[in-house]
Design a protein. Sequence first.
Length: 245
Amino acid sequence: MNERYREMAGRLIVALDYPDADQAAALLRELEGIPCYMKVGMQLYYAAGPDFVRDLKTRGYKVFLDLKMHDIPNTVKGGAESITRLGVDMFNVHAAGGTDMMKAALEGADKALASDGSLKKPLVIAVTQLTSTGQDMLNDEIGIPGTVRDAVIRYAELTQAAGLDGVVASAQEAGDIARACGAGFITVTPGIRPAGSDQGDQKRVLTPGEAIRGGSSYIVVGRPITAAEKPRTAAEQIIKEMLEA
Ligand code: C5P
């Protein structure tokens, strides 16, 4: 395995969206040896809990804990402290929670780090607009005027000003975010669909190659791998496409 492959595979975040640890473990066996990031979201975390996350870390995986915290600052601070103690590499909050809430997440992480020198500082990122949100939904349902792009850039700038490491957004917005916030600001982009795969509930989708060319730091892929007949082949194909981009 060469360095470029390792580096690119490390930018693929596989969403372990499963109802229990056994099913997630089956995918891990399937993908064994591919040095990708693993994402634990609400479905798996609420079923398998912190033990599953610790187990992933013991096995050497990079872990993104995707719990999208959105609560009053004090509660998010406590949540971030507990999450950081799990030793995860990345976690997130909703930018819509505002500046004080985002800063509280950083304070919670710092508190955990100060109490345990063996912990590594996690990347703390914020969700801008969910990739399932389309223009009509943003304007008519949620009541935010303007384009999805405007809302995303506004959230990205707010996130950066609060001192976080980056944002979750659609890959379609990654280039604009980099222009607004600079290249050092991380963009994690779900809503990735290799050509010919089912779009599902995602609205703002791009292929893996388009996402990398567009400036995504990391791409998040769930169903195109987890629901594939051959998940390992699907993951290898995605990494190949990322490398070619
Ligand atoms: O199956 P699919 O590839 O659509 O999975 C995308 C993953 O990324 C899911 O785990 C979803 O929760 C997550 N996600 C998202 N949009 C965001 C943030 C996270 O789709 N804005």
